[in-house]
Ligand binder design. Structure first.
Ligand code: NDP
Ligand code: 2IT
Length: 444
């Protein structure tokens, strides 16, 4: 049996019930076969793959807090510190009822290679809780965040592990978490990113994942003789990533016609009014359906189905496995020619294979959504320097990082004889740097 298959079998056996983690490991290892086969003896001797798929550490803890009715609630909290070969652990915190250890391991594993691709010195980690912020008062969210940080603070630090936002964690949550960290440790340090601008945050971090997604999409299209002008774009989700992907796509001349949330999707053939979406989502914390209360010509449809809307370009920006083989076929049938993933692993393996087999331009999440964490690393640099860069400076750096990631993925794909396969390219380029560092640092 090949080394890749042996290690994958071992992952399935030793991590029972963690389907998303198995899926992420399989996708990465499959596309690394050529690299691994060429170095099999050396890697086996060093137990390299066995170490790559095993988190350095997982911290799991109880998060008790008191709700507005005076009842005690208890959630599960986690931090997966996956790999620190190239820098301190770095990655977001997710607050969503679906969170469990397997989901955070898949996200932490992906983060290792994504962070490597940015070219910046950051290792990979992820954390979160099955706490559901929906419908909670600000006081309840604060109570949860303070309890969560009381435990997490023992394991993080500006040079050790630097969490940030993800699903359900935005500026409000980062503020509460930061305040509690400072209160517990007495340290005013860059221990979290995504902070508010007046307490150490970076300009562009809010926009970074969405903007970065469209920068790399634009680069991929340019290299293939296409551009965004006049193209119709469907974006799933209506959170942080989706909103700023829509903003940048519009700035570059595309027309965004649909957005969604977990209740359903809106279709506005004239182009989505983003100011209204920001008001509904960022200010009111409302539902996407409310858009149709104002824009009477727009249509809301309950449930899944956003990928049935005809478009040139699809940007899944909600959650994992939200786009399956049937969706991929529907997109293709309706004329979609490019897909870039703002979310982490939004396309199932079958959908990804369909995009590649049908010569659609496909940029996987690891490369496509790396602009968020890259700008987090820029926030860390500014905190270390005790300086703040201008919007233009940060935006220019983000743009260059995305162009570089495109180039790295394209070059690695070409080097291994799979030109245009950015899935393989991104995995290989991300893996090479991490593995070099791991080999240099001995058996740790
Ligand atoms: P937000 O919480 O801001 O928004 C998430 C959006 O996705 C909401 O519209 C939400 O709808 C929808 N959504 C979430 N879970 C589900 C689900 N199970 N089914 C259907 N819809 C769902 O999160 P972000 O925008 O930050 O994150 C979106 C994706 O991007 C995630 O995969 C995240 O890991 C990834 N990502 C985020 C980065 C960042 O910087 N924030 C960086 C890189 C990747 P509803 O409100 O109804 O739940
Ligand atoms: O998935 C991701 O890359 C993020 N949620 C951002 C992580 C970060 O540390 O900015």
């Amino acid at each position: 049996m090949s080394y890749v298959d042996e290690v994958y079998d071992r992952v399935v056996k030793q991590n029972p019930g963690e389907a998303e983690f198995h899926q992420a490991v399989k996708e990465v290892l499959d596309s690394l076969r050529l690299v691994i086969d060429a170095n099999e003896e050396k890697y086996r001797k060093m137990g390299l793959l066995e170490r790559v798929v095993e988190p350095e550490r997982i911290i799991s803890f109880r998060v008790p807090w008191v709700d507005d009715q005076g009842n005690v609630q208890v959630n599960k909290g986690y931090r997966v510190q996956f790999n620190s070969a190239i820098g301190p652990y770095k990655g977001g915190l997710r607050l969503h009822p679906s969170v469990n250890q397997g989901i955070l391991k898949f996200l932490g594993f992906e983060q290792v290679f994504k962070n490597s691709l940015t070219g910046l010195p950051i290792g990979g980690g992820k954390g979160g809780s099955n706490f559901d912020p929906k419908g909670k008062s600000d006081r309840e969210v604060m109570a949860f965040c303070q309890s969560f940080m009381t435990e997490l603070s023992k394991y993080i630090g500006a040079d050790q592990d630097v969490p940030a936002g993800d699903i359900g964690v935005g500026a409000r949550e980062i503020g509460f978490l930061y305040g509690q960290y400072k209160r517990l440790t007495g340290l005013y340090e860059g221990v979290l990113t995504g902070k508010g601008l007046n307490y150490g945050g970076s300009l562009v971090r809010t926009q970074a994942t969405g903007y970065g997604l469209v920068y790399i999409l634009d680069e991929m299209l340019k290299h293939n003789g296409k551009d965004l002008k006049g193209k119709s774009v469907v974006i799933s989700g209506s959170g942080n990533v989706a909103i700023y992907a829509a903003e940048k796509a519009e700035q570059l001349g595309a027309v965004v016609v649909a957005l969604s949330d977990s209740s359903g999707y809106i279709y506005d053939k004239d182009g989505i009014n983003l100011d209204l979406v920001k008001e509904i989502k960022e200010v009111r914390r409302g539902r996407i359906k409310e858009y149709t209360d104002v824009v009477k010509t727009a249509v809301f449809t309950e449930g899944k189905g956003i990928w049935t809307i005809p478009c040139d370009i699809a940007l899944p920006c909600a959650t994992q496995n939200e786009l399956d083989l049937e969706d991929a076929k529907t997109l293709k049938k309706n004329g979609c020619f490019a897909v870039a993933e703002g979310a982490n692993m939004p396309s199932t393996r079958e959908a990804t294979d369909f995009f590649l087999d049908n010569e659609m331009y496909f940029m996987p999440g690891k490369a496509a959504n790396a602009g968020g964490v890259a700008t987090s690393a820029l926030e860390m640099s500014q905190n270390s320097q005790r300086l703040s860069w201008t919007f233009e400076e940060v935006d220019e750096k983000l743009h260059q990082i995305m162009v570089n990631i495109y180039q790295k993925a394209a070059d690695a794909a070409e080097r291994y004889g799979v030109k245009g396969n950015y899935v393989a390219g991104a995995n290989i380029a991300g893996f090479e740097k991490v593995v070099d560092a791991m080999m240099a640092q001995g058996i740790v």
